[in-house]
Design a binder for this molecule. Sequence first.
Ligand code: KIV
Ligand code: NA
Length: 263
Amino acid sequence: MGKVTISTLDKMKANGEKFVCITAYDATFARIISDVGAETILVGDSLGMVLQGHDSTIPVTMEHMAYHTECVCRAAPDSLVIADMPFMSYTSPKQTMKNATELMQAGAQMVKMEGGTWLSDSISMLVERGIPVCAHLGLTPQSVNQFGGFKVQGRTPKEAKSILADAVEIQDAGASLLVLECIPAELATDISSKLDIPVIGIGAGAGTDAQVLVMHDLLGLSEHTARFVENFMAGQTTIQGALGAFVKAVKSGEYPRDEHTYN
Ligand code: KIV
Ligand code: NA
């Protein structure tokens, strides 16, 4: 594949080619995910749930994120590596810059932050200094207590309008990518077509430019999974086969289907 960069992803969006993101937290899975052709790897703060056994991502610290980012990047994957900024690690531009620097020096090629308009100054500050940013809107799990649970977002016209406005603003601030999580497919499709930057969906229907799933979920290992998760181990005999099947299903448009989608 050759090392994937943000230019690769921009070109894929322009050509209408879907790309793939899978989470990884260690070197072995990072190598496999890169080998099966996923363009991007997310070192997600979902590690708080799937590795550490917490019921949210809130307990995850910068130390945890830097450690797992180093583990993933030591595999030298061809995939572009995005590292999550954990809960409360980006409350001011200055704190954001220090913590984003740490994740980039751990080997990431981009950092991800949950939020919209209020992040604009932090995003432009990072981008001006050479740190690419992925934003994350919709169901932003670090705000689970504010939402009162892991709930689909953007269902009312007012909420939908606000998510679209946030998306436009973070693009204007200089973000390179956007993750949309658990929003109606129609809204995600609308945002993906209005934005120039590639949009990665999870529980956001088939109209985004890319799809991401937590690796443990797509391997059928998680106890409770949301409607949008498919077990790609079904019919496979190896983990490599299952991860490869996910990559293929996203690229061919076979995943996600209506049954995975919120309307
Ligand atoms: O932490 C994570 O794995 C994520 C994805 C689910 C988008 O943020
Ligand atoms: Na995350």
